[in-house]
Design a protein around this ligand. Structure first.
Ligand code: C5P
Length: 248
């Protein structure tokens, strides 16, 4: 199981989250160049700088996880995915609660841009229940299912709509791997190397445990970006991932 993810270079499985300004992002890109393969740009950086920051980091040789979490009417999401693909995104996110039609249109927009602009279609990931939502928060939106059931239901709906996988907490990874099968991307934030500062994360796992639970990729920000030596911190995660394998 998971052979093709296990066979990846461990550096391909680590996504460094750049939650910072442009100068710091470019500085980190320079430091990690030649080692890290993936950088994550979120809404804060993208809304400040637009597609140019994607272009700059692509030019520096990185693949880009553009985490904009689309959720709108299908027509608008089609256009958003098309524009983000044209900008150079290699991985995109959308909210599964937007529904099957919305997700299908996101995929169609991305594929359309890939063929129009001669690039690869990005990996399309679904967000199920935000990890900032607990049971009470979910119920306040009139969803009365247990969180885990809602996560399962949305993940399956996303897969049926054609999504490549999901963003999930390391705690959800095991059940999602069982549900979605060996080929699904399961991208987990909330990862902390042993001994790293916890920050504001509450449900965490070490890189080793996230991989053992079935994660395909890890999103790691501050333990790398705020380390005294980010390259050294990145390399430490690489060796932890290299030593880990899925344990079921
Ligand atoms: O610095 P840290 O490693 O906590 O960064 C994790 C990244 O993953 C941040 O960009 C954060 O927004 C994102 N994220 C998260 N938890 C989620 C979803 C996304 O921490 N449930």
């Amino acid at each position: 199981m998971l052979e093709h993810f296990d066979q990846l270079d461990p550096r391909e499985r680590i996504i460094v989250a750049l939650d910072c300004d442009r100068a710091r992002a470019l500085d980190l890109a320079d430091t990690l160049s030649g080692e890290a393969r993936w950088l994550k740009i979120g809404m804060t950086l993208f809304y400040a700088l637009g597609p140019s920051i994607v272009n700059e980091l692509k030019t520096a040789g990185f693949k880009i996880f553009l985490d904009l979490k689309f959720h709108d009417i299908p027509h608008q999401v089609h256009g958003a995915a098309r524009s983000a693909t044209q900008a150079g995104a290699d991985m995109l996110t959308m909210h599964a609660v937007g529904g099957t039609k919305m997700m299908e249109e996101a995929l169609a927009g991305a594929q359309e841009a890939a063929s129009d602009f001669g690039c690869e279609a990005p990996v399309m990931l679904a967000i199920t229940v935000l990890t900032s939502m607990d049971q009470k928060g979910l119920e306040s939106t009139n969803v009365m299912l247990p969180v885990a059931d809602q996560v399962r239901s949305l993940a399956k709906m996303a897969q049926n709509a054609g999504a490549s996988g999901v963003v999930a907490s390391p705690q959800e990874a095991r059940m999602l791997r069982a549900l979605l099968g060996p080929d699904a991307f399961i991208v987990t934030p909330g990862v902390r190397p042993a001994g790293a500062a916890v920050g504001d994360q509450s449900r965490m796992a070490t890189p080793h445990d996230a991989i053992a639970n079935g994660a395909s990729h890890l999103v790691i920000g501050r333990p790398i970006t705020q380390a005294d030596d980010p390259l050294d911190a990145f390399r430490a995660v690489v060796s932890e991932v290299a030593d880990a394998s899925v344990d079921f």
